[in-house]
Each structure stands twice: as C-alpha cells, then as structure tokens.
Design a protein around this ligand. Structure first.
Ligand code: GDP
Length: 302
C-alpha cells in the first residue's frame, strides 16, 4: 500500500511543484490519473468536481488543488458503505451465525490465498471458521485449500474432484452450524468450460447457500490489482451475473497503479473491504478509505 501510494504520488507531487494552476496542470493531472489506472470515466468525473470546487473557492495555488483532490478522492472511496459492510464482516456474531462468505473471481486472482488470509484473521480473533473447497473443477485447488487448512488448524470440507460445488457449499454450512462456527468461507472455481457455465455455477451455489438456512451470506469478489482496467472489465461480468457485496483487492503490493482502487469503487459501485498486500497470511488489511486517500497523496503532502 505504501509502495503504491509513493509511486502514484511521485508523479502527482511532481506536477504540484510547478506552483501554477493552468491548463497544462489540469491536462497533466488527467494524464497522471489515467496512467495510474483510475480509468478515464472516473478521472474525468473526479477532475470535474475538483475544478468546480477550485473555481468556487477562487483558489489559484496548486496546494489548494492538491487538498481538494485529496478530499474528493477520500469522499469517492468512502462511497458504497465500505465501513458498514466491513464492520459486519469483522463482527460475525452481530448477525445470524455462521456468516457465510462465498469467494468468487477469475482464476489466479488470489481467491484461495484470500480465503486462507480471512480464515487467519478470524482465527486470530478467537473466532471459529470452517472452510469449503467448492472449486472442484481443479483438484489442485482442493489440495491447496487443504494445505492452508492444515496450517491454520481449520476444518476444510472437501468432496472429490468434479463433485457438485453446491453440495460442498451445503455441507460446509452444515458443518459450520454443527460446530457452532462463526464463519464459513467457501472457495469457488474461477474457471469452468465456459464463462456462462461459471456464472450459472455460482448462481447455483448461491441458491444452495440460501436454502441451507445458515446465517447471512456475503458474496466477496476477489480482484487482482495488477490486472488494472482489464480486471475491472472481467469483474463487470461477475457483478452483472451475481449480486456481489464487496471486493477484496489482492496483489496491491505488485503494482504502482493504486488508482485502480478508485475505478473499482466508482465504476463497479461496490465497497472495497480488504486489501491484499502479499502472499503471507498476515498480508491482508481492512480497507480504510480515509487512510488510503491519505497514503496515496502522502509524498506530495510533505
Ligand atoms: P486463485 O486461483 O484465485 O485461488 O488464486 P491463488 O490464491 O491460488 O493465488 C494465485 C497466486 O497469487 C499465488 O501465487 C498467490 O500466492 C498469489 N497471491 C495471492 N494474493 C496475493 C497478494 O496479495 N500479493 C501477492 N504478491 N501475491 C498474491
């Protein structure tokens, strides 16, 4: 996260050193934001707001532009009830138990790793977790979750390869209920024979989960920050097909383009819940919009 902030602000702060607010500054700012993967639409909307406020405040110095930009970014990241959704996730006991997290996203984005990181987070807070290996399309995915389960000392519900993912999801919730667990986290496939198949499968799992009469269901979309605007494009088909509740953005440590966070929040209209910043269990942080906006511009502020 720090790395991301510095790389982006490196370019931004350079712009503000010039000291004058002119057309060139606005053009360069637009270019820098788009280059940071903020996305064209989001960049234009954001800069429009900043320009309006700067005009209204009759500000002429670049420090004011930076301050307004920072506050508009914070406001944008705060949209979509990020903190309320996150609070619910961090406090499974506040609703019907178990809280059921269905992890969705395309292959390789970090779903299984994020499942393990989330389990670790709950276990570290003395909450009980059951994992479900519903990615039955790949035998390796089942094994991968079993390895994490053994490391975490968490129960993993497993069926054989190619078994019905819905049945795995159902059994995971039953196991969580029987065990009195706080959370059930179900890993799903990111690839099937066709994309339509995949979406149908996820919808089917969703229906099974709803019928299993567990606690509350949250569908968590995992996105890979390094795929930038392409990843966003893929994400749209998921969001269109299944009603996702929020995003975990993985691999933020692997990109200098932290601006994609803004694009996700504004274009997918989903709250970001957690950021993944590495391959280890501890490399997951709850998303804090204010702190993130601050970090993005920290270098420029100094
Ligand atoms: P899945 O196919 O979506 O389940 O993806 P995996 O969980 O198997 O992850 C794919 C690869 O990304 C693995 O090598 C993970 O170690 C790696 N990975 C997952 N999350 C992160 C992250 O936040 N940062 C980095 N650098 N690598 C990650």
């Amino acid at each position: 996260m720090v790395k991301t902030g510095r790389s982006w602000t490196g370019r931004i702060s350079f712009l503000f050193q010039r000291g004058r607010v002119d057309d060139e500054l606005w053009d360069d700012l637009e270019e820098a934001l788009i280059a940071a993967d903020v996305g064209v639409t989001t960049t234009l909307v954001l800069l429009e707001k900043v320009r309006e406020r700067i005009a209204a405040e009759r500000a002429v110095d670049t420090d004011s532009v930076l301050a307004v930009l920072r506050s508009e970014v914070a406001a944008l990241l705060d949209a979509n009830e990020s903190s309320r959704q996150l609070d619910r996730l961090l406090d499974p006991a506040a609703g019907r138990r178990p809280l059921v997290l269905l992890m969705v996203g395309v292959n390789g984005v970090g779903k299984t790793t994020t499942t393990a990181k989330l389990a670790h987070l709950y276990l570290s807070s003395k909450m009980d977790v059951v994992l479900g290996a519903a990615d039955t399309f790949r035998a390796a995915a089942i094994e991968q979750l079993q390895v994490w389960g053994a490391r975490l000392d968490a129960r993993v519900v497993v069926h054989s390869a190619n078994a019905d993912p819905g049945a795995v999801a159902f059994d995971t919730i039953q196991a969580a209920k029987a065990q009195g667990a706080d959370v059930a986290i179900i890993d799903t496939a990111g690839r099937l024979h066709t994309k339509a198949n995949l979406m149908e499968e996820i919808k089917k799992i969703r229906r099974v989960v709803e019928r299993a009469e567990g606690g509350e269901l949250r569908i968590i979309l995992v996105l890979d920050a390094t795929t930038g605007q392409n990843g966003l494009h893929q994400a749209r088909s998921f969001v269109g097909a299944v009603d996702c509740d929020g995003v975990v953005l993985s691999k933020l440590d692997g990109t200098a383009k932290g601006g994609v966070v803004l694009a996700i929040v504004s274009e997918l209209e989903l709250p970001i819940l957690f950021l993944g910043t590495g391959e280890q269990l501890d490399d997951l942080a709850p998303f804090d919009p204010g702190a993130f906006a601050e970090a993005l511009f920290s270098a420029a502020a100094g």
